[in-house]
Design a protein around this ligand. Sequence first.
Ligand SMILES: [Zn+2]
Length: 252
Amino acid sequence: MGTLTDMLRPCVSSVSHCKVCSAKAPLYGVTDFNKNCEEAKGVYLPLTGVPVHYYQCSRCGLVFTIAFDHWSTSDFREHIYNERYVTVDPDYVEARPAANADMIADFIKKSQSLACLDYGGGNGTLTTLLRHRGIDAHSWDPVANHEDACPTGSFDFVSAFEVLEHTPEPLATVEQALGFLREGGVMLFSTNVFDHVPTRSMDHWYIAPRNGHITIHTKPSLQALFARFGYRVHHFNDNFHLALKSVPAWLS
Ligand SMILES: [Zn+2]
């Protein structure tokens, strides 16, 4: 374990390559490691003096940083998903799991017997709420359950709320999440897309290294990412999306 300055990969290039589509990605901007999502509500952490540079893909619009590419799970736990994380994401404890449980129960209401996996479900609060409703729900989180075995078997429905913006490896993460689906399964996920944000918008609340927001998508970047695995993406809005190959009977 080192200091942040030692640990973050220094930005030595003004152009990178997109982690989704490999196109050239010029420097987008730079911010302090402690920039967080709650600043509009007055939560300003002391600046660390550690810069985090972001690039934007010239083709699909993905905004990303390479500063965390070499971090281990324990690095993320020590510096981001630590005991102070709740300060910069207070809704993750109760409010968001409760709202997401309502949404999933409504989304799958036409079928009583779907096997469901919440991927990246943290401590499993959402899954507990779904089980209370009689849903066959399971949870697995690549950070929180790092030492635990992956769930075996395959699922009709995978959810992944607030996951894709947190991964430094979008291809590997989506491949793993989709790998839990059985044929005909679908993945419902949330991540805010950047399609309608002006260029050079480093002040945007969603670019927030302290929250672990290190990969910010656009609709084209999501389409390109899931297309690599044979899936198309339906966008309900700028935050909620559904990946599928075909519409299952219980959704039609
Ligand atoms: Zn791209």
